[in-house]
Design a protein around this ligand. Structure first.
Ligand code: ZN
Ligand code: FE
Length: 241
């Protein structure tokens, strides 16, 4: 029984991802705020079963207490980050499988942006919830982890089936695009993705979800052939204006 994933804009550029099962049950990943999420859930029946967390940053977890108080949702997050996440009902580790509204989600290690960052891959629904690890045309800043860890994380995510929907934590695609085109000025897939993202934004729509196939073809961080290259372009992006 497959799930659908819909982005809910939070703060200035975050997305919480609403997961809906065919029977109407709901889950949400990385709620930065409770009010925008509740505003979507209440007209849909006012129930929230589950909250999935990719990492501990406030712009991914600050909505949790309000949503738990309002709906009694169960909270799933990384065992390694238990000490700095909201209280967890289920602490998981890479390699574990989580039941998400009747679908199986594989917990993937995705260190790099933070240590202890995880991603959830729901294979039957072609959904990847990857927080601040993989963005469309970019990747997360290396705030705690190393380029080596980010390289391994991106490689694992890029190895997922091409049709997998990349449901990431931020609407960064256009700013990522401005840097990406300086790394790969002749990449036709990148140019096409930039045009697509510009049209999506001009129409007031999210540029997400992207797909793993699109990121493999157009994202210079995913396409970096080795750790040194990834470290180099990550540093370049950090200093890019
Ligand atoms: Zn973050
Ligand atoms: Fe974030």
């Amino acid at each position: 029984m497959a799930l659908t994933a819909t982005p809910i804009p939070c703060l200035s550029d975050n997305y919480a991802w609403l997961l809906r099962a065919a029977d109407g049950r709901l889950a949400v990943c990385d709620p930065a705020e409770d009010a925008p999420v509740a505003a979507v859930i209440d007209p849909m029946g006012g129930k929230l079963d589950l909250i999935l967390l990719t990492h501990h940053h406030g712009d991914h977890v600050a909505g949790v207490p309000g949503l738990v108080a309002r709906y009694g949702a169960k909270v799933v997050g990384a065992a390694a980050d238990k000490h700095r996440l909201p209280p967890l009902d289920q602490a998981v580790s890479p390699g574990d499988t989580v039941d998400v509204l009747g679908s199986k989600a594989a917990v993937l290690a995705s260190d790099g942006h933070t240590r202890g960052h995880i991603a959830f891959h729901i294979a039957d629904s072609h959904i990847l919830l990857c927080g601040d690890t993989l963005f469309s045309l970019g990747c997360g800043r290396l705030l705690e982890g190393t380029a080596e860890q980010m390289f391994a994380s991106l490689a694992a995510l890029a190895a997922l089936p091409g049709e997998t929907l990349v449901c990431c934590g931020h609407e960064y695609t256009e700013s990522n695009a401005r840097f990406a085109i300086t790394v790969e000025p002749d990449n036709a897939a990148l140019k096409a993705r930039i045009a697509e993202a510009q049209a999506q934004r001009a129409a007031g729509k999210p540029t997400l979800p992207s797909t793993i196939a699109s990121e493999r073809a157009a994202n210079p961080f995913v396409r970096a052939p080795d750790i040194a290259t990834l470290a180099h372009i990550r540093a370049g992006k950090d200093n890019f204006r």
